[in-house]
Design a protein around this ligand. Structure first.
Ligand code: NDP
Length: 333
């Protein structure tokens, strides 16, 4: 068991809400109930909690519900004080049948009840609409989410990968009918993927107080630098069925840029994953960076990125921009 002390955790408000979320959190996509054993999942959750991580992210779609089952079993085993952690689920992909998919009132309610059962909790702290649903009026989804909040089954609801326009529409509907509006969005955000968080949502941080729980801070591991020497058998991007992911993140350009970032990381006494995660944390509109890890060693390395944040001076950030060359233009309004 590793004993090196990890840096102190920082907590941020989730947008303009009152709830405090650790700036690093732990996600379970592709790992819990799938790639890793339940023992490793247990070590990851314990290590996270002991390091001050208070948010664990999940979804009905992850490993077809098995990810929530594993997390639920572990939460029951740990028996942590319920007020000391936050747990999420997301609704959209619940199964193949017509009413197991999307954001209808029927699926939102049923999926929430199923997630509560699998996670073995009385309420979800955060509940996300995993994608926009073009087949359901936004009013129906906002009303369903509001009902869950009124029933005490969900504390804060939000969206994932919705456009600024869709989020604004949901907010307006909520305001029109005096319902609880969305609090947070879960977008992809990393050094290679920046537009939504830095440009498209920019006005929403002040107008509606949007919080963000950002995903894939390492672009599925590419920003760790390990793919510069090819894909190894146990790496995520070697997995069957994830060719689409490999094709989207493991581009020559991304590999090259990652290698150019390496000397910056080394000069700061950091590893590449630490530089990439610390970079996400420097954005004040990021409420929490959701980490993914298949090994406890990776998780510890990633949590230690907290110590790198103060080293990312304006000069270092400019050096990073010079390499990545992808800073979104300022919004016109
Ligand atoms: P990352 O981009 O950080 O990728 C994590 C993966 O990278 C790990 O599982 C591991 O994969 C590898 N890795 C992590 N740390 C290291 C390290 N130090 N050195 C080398 N390799 C490392 O995050 P995820 O893509 O996993 O996203 C994080 C969470 O965000 C998810 O668990 C989920 O909760 C959420 N998410 C939400 C989405 C949404 O649509 N709302 C979509 C995707 C994620 P390996 O060891 O297998 O190579």
């Amino acid at each position: 068991m590793e004993t090196t002390t990890l840096p102190a955790m920082e907590y941020r408000r989730l947008g303009s809400s009152g709830v405090q979320v650790s700036v690093l959190s732990l996600g379970s996509w592709l790992t819990f109930g799938s790639q890793i054993s339940d023992d490793v999942a247990e070590d990851l959750m314990r290590t996270s909690y002991e390091a001050g991580i208070n948010f664990f992210d999940n979804a009905e779609a992850y490993a077809h519900g098995r990810s929530e089952l594993v997390m639920g079993k572990l939460l029951t085993k740990f028996n942590w004080d319920r007020s000391t952690y936050l747990v999420s689920s997301k609704v959209y992909w619940g199964g193949d049948k017509p009413n197991q998919l999307g954001l209808s009132r029927k699926h939102v309610m049923e999926a929430c009840h199923a997630a509560l059962r699998r996670l073995q909790v009385e309420y979800l702290d955060f509940y996300f609409c995993h994608r926009p649903d073009k087949n359901t009026p936004i009013e129906e989804t906002v009303w369903a989410m509001n009902t869950l909040v009124q029933q005490g089954k969900v504390l804060y609801w939000g969206t994932s990968e919705w456009s600024a326009q869709q989020i604004t529409e949901a907010y307006s509907v909520a305001r029109q009918y005096n319902l609880i509006p969305p609090t947070m969005e879960q977008p992809q955000y990393n050094i290679f993927h920046r537009n939504r968080v830095e440009q498209e949502y920019k006005r929403l941080y002040s107008t509606i107080g949007l919080g963000t729980t950002i995903w894939s801070p390492l672009a599925s591991g590419v920003l760790s630098g390990k793919y510069s020497s090819g894909v190894q058998e146990n790496d995520r991007l070697a997995r069957k069925g994830l060719e689409w992911l490999k094709n989207s993140v493991m581009t020559e350009e991304n590999i090259q840029k990652t290698m150019l970032l390496k000397p910056i990381a080394e000069a700061l006494g950091a590893t590449l994953p630490q530089l990439a995660i610390a970079w996400c944390i420097t954005n004040p509109h990021v409420s929490t960076v959701i980490l993914g890890a298949s090994k406890v060693q990776q998780l510890r390395e990633n949590i230690a990125s907290l110590a790198i944040v103060p080293k990312l001076t304006p000069e270092i950030l400019v050096r990073i921009e010079t390499i990545v060359q992808n800073k979104p233009a300022e919004p016109e309004y």
